[in-house]
Design a protein around this ligand. Structure first.
Ligand code: WTA
Length: 640
């Protein structure tokens, strides 16, 4: 069995934490004895159905599993109507702060009205049940309002992260054939407005399905409004009716599409459903982050990612909690911005990504020390494996040595947490520990046999699982259900230690994880080969102190072109424009050939060895072993 250097460092929960936790050991046992019974109880307790479901899980047509079939519900009803006339009516639902310090607090009653009004706006624009609405928005309350308004009328939202380029936006709009685009003029980044609407305008030149564009006035930057197509949010809201009846949705109706990177160039539209999703995001939030009435929960993820969907908006609001959201850079005006806000808003539970933690670590402890963080009681991380050093830093300097850290492993496809501690589970820095109750995972070898080091699989369906890939059932089957038969293949490698804890080691497919953002190597490669100089490109993820992984490209030029610093800049810039700044390679290495297997597959492992300065691994399966020496020499030359 693989020994990990840190296996002895175990942090046991305090008696007080265990006593006050929402979760108990009995819940783990209950779920072990009767998995579906556990999920049934969760749905019954956490979701209000209009019509009761007939079946907890319909597994008659694998891998198209359906949860709570026969039942009907509505997500916005669960997130706002339930609280509208309850004692939570005047509780803060969403607290928001912008980079320039604008603050908004929406109570549940206020949020209810905004959602109803915007649902009527969408209806007025001709949006019907099942239509797709694309959101390209900053982290502003209107984004959450628009999401909930879509769910209210049964429209399917597809949110595209604001950092994506015009072209990425256009591709996603076209794949989903969205009818409406909701965006904003801009939002502040380091004190100046980022021109979101201008980017959208470029995309809109090639998106024939879009009929109307709704624009939120946010940063006040100058924009061009196209007559007849572009409409101001505030104008539409001024005359909207205050009540819109929630559409009765089938439990397994599509709720949203969220595009994520896969191992081919084309992003996948991961399609989620209604009741199962609503069950699992609430259950996980309640038991992992242990949320109580008095908590203020801050999940720092952008709403454009799954973490923002599930744990900024749907999970906290369905549970009737207070969710804080910030739109801005983490070091503006200074490097203590996050801790300043955590103190001012009295944040009790804080959830962020390892890449952010490593950045805070680099800046030093003086910044958190300036603030009183004694309100914090629980911390979390997500997005990539957290290195134990960063875990310890977070534990000591942000959590004051008293806050358990929930290292949550999950994916866009899983919708909610899958492998994660809860506050009663002993912690080890660097591992997401054990599956959540009702979730069954395993580590298997190529032959599907359990092992201590291999591939991470999910052995049985779970409520918040994706239902398919938008418009491409075959891709859904091929991608997730082919390699290990009836087990879901997550695309990650994992180890299991002697306590049975699972250590996720990272992607084993052609997907990079840059600062917790997923990027397909093929997406970056196809952007590069679009440039007239490039004949072929291979992209790998190189270890990076802050980002976790940084894209690094090996490029073969066409005859007649030679590599130069100007060309490096040009190619980097092109990738930034084509996909978005996060995809820009850190390094571009010109090479005469690429290491390929005899079947023509690029051996990325070897390129990674070169990029990370390791001795060359096994090259015996290479078509042309000499190519490696040459590439290694070129790379060494680059660093001189
Ligand atoms: C990685 C983000 C280790 C993993 C919610 C997964 C993690 C991919 C963890 C999904 C974690 C996420 N420990 N690795 N706690 N959380 N990952 O779809 O490789 O953006 O497959 O979803 O991130 O990324 P995605």
């Amino acid at each position: 069995m693989e020994k990990t250097a840190l296996e002895d460092r175990v942090f046991y929960p305090s008696e007080e934490v265990v006593k006050n936790a929402n979760i108990t050991q009995e819940i783990y046992e209950e779920a072990k004895k009767d998995r579906l019974g556990f999920w049934k109880r969760m749905a019954d307790e956490l979701v209000t159905f209009f019509k009761p479901y007939e079946k907890v899980l319909d597994d008659s047509n694998p891998p198209f599993f359906r949860w709570f079939t026969g039942g009907t519900t509505n997500v916005s009803y669960n997130c706002v109507d339930r609280h509208y006339n309850s004692p939570k009516r005047n509780k803060a639902a969403l607290c928001y702060e912008s980079e320039i310090g604008r603050k908004v607090i929406l109570t549940y009653r206020e949020l209810y009205v905004e959602v109803n009004k915007f649902a009527n706006v969408l209806k007025g624009l001709g949006v019907k049940k099942g239509d797709r609405v694309c959101l390209y928005m900053p982290m502003i309350p209107e984004c959450a309002i628009a999401m909930l308004a879509c769910t209210r009328i049964g429209a399917i939202h597809s949110i595209v992260f604001g950092g994506f380029s015009s072209e990425s936006l256009a591709d996603r709009i076209n794949d989903a054939t969205a009818k409406i685009l909701i965006t904003a003029d801009g939002n502040f980044r380091r004190g100046t407005p980022f021109p979101l609407k201008n980017n959208a305008d470029v995309a809109l030149q090639s998106t024939p399905s879009i009929e109307k564009v709704v624009v939120v006035k946010n940063a006040g930057n100058e924009i061009n409004m196209v007559e007849g197509r572009d409409l101001w949010y505030h104008d539409l809201m001024a005359t909207a009716d205050k009540y819109c009846p929630p559409e009765e949705m089938e439990a397994d109706a599509p709720l949203f599409i969220l595009y994520t990177s896969g191992s081919t160039g084309k992003p996948k539209g991961v399609q989620h459903t209604t009741a199962g999703y609503l069950t699992q995001v609430q259950a996980t939030l309640k038991y992992v982050f242990d949320l109580k009435e008095t908590d203020t929960f801050w999940c720092t993820a952008d709403i454009g990612w799954i973490t923002g969907h599930s744990y900024v908006v749907y999970g906290p609001l369905a549970l009737g909690m207070t969710s804080f959201m910030y739109d801005g850079t983490i070091d503006y005006p200074d490097k203590d911005r996050m801790w300043d806000m955590a103190e001012r808003w009295g944040v009790t539970v804080f959830y962020t990504a390892p890449t952010a933690i490593r950045t805070f670590m680099k800046w030093g402890t003086e910044y958190p020390k300036k603030h009183d963080l004694s309100q914090l009681r629980l911390l979390g991380t997500v997005g990539e494996p957290i290195n134990p050093e960063a875990w310890m830093w977070y534990y000591e300097n942000i959590g004051g040595g008293r806050c358990p850290i929930m290292d949550t492993w999950w994916q866009t496809e899983t919708g909610g947490f899958m492998i994660t501690p809860t506050p009663i589970i002993p912690l080890k820095p660097g591992t997401a520990t054990i599956p959540f109750p009702g979730i069954e995972v395993d580590v298997v070898d190529e032959n599907k046999q359990p092992t201590d080091r291999g591939y991470l699989v999910v052995k049985s369906p779970w409520p918040s699982m994706l239902m398919t890939i938008w418009g491409d059932d075959n891709r859904y089957i091929d991608q997730y259900w082919k390699r290990f038969g009836d087990m879901y293949f997550a695309g990650d490698g994992a180890k299991r230690d002697e306590m049975g804890y699972i250590w996720v080691t990272g992607r084993v497919d052609d997907v990079l994880n840059v600062s917790g953002h997923r990027l397909g190597t093929a997406e970056i490669e196809s952007a590069l080969v679009e440039c007239e100089e490039v004949a072929e490109a291979a992209v790998i993820g190189k270890k990076h102190d802050v980002k976790g992984e940084a894209p690094c490209a090996f490029v073969i030029l066409k005859d007649g072109f030679t590599g130069s610093p100007e060309l490096v800049d040009k190619l980097k810039k092109h990738v930034g424009v084509k996909i978005g700044p996060i995809a820009r390679p850190d390094d571009i290495i010109f090479t005469a050939s690429l290491p390929k297997t005899r079947s023509g597959k690029i051996m990325r492992r070897l390129l990674r060895d070169i990029a990370e300065g390791r001795a060359l691994g096994d090259v015996t399966t290479l078509a042309d072993p000499g190519a490696m020496q040459e590439i290694a020499a070129q790379y060494a030359g680059k660093e001189d």
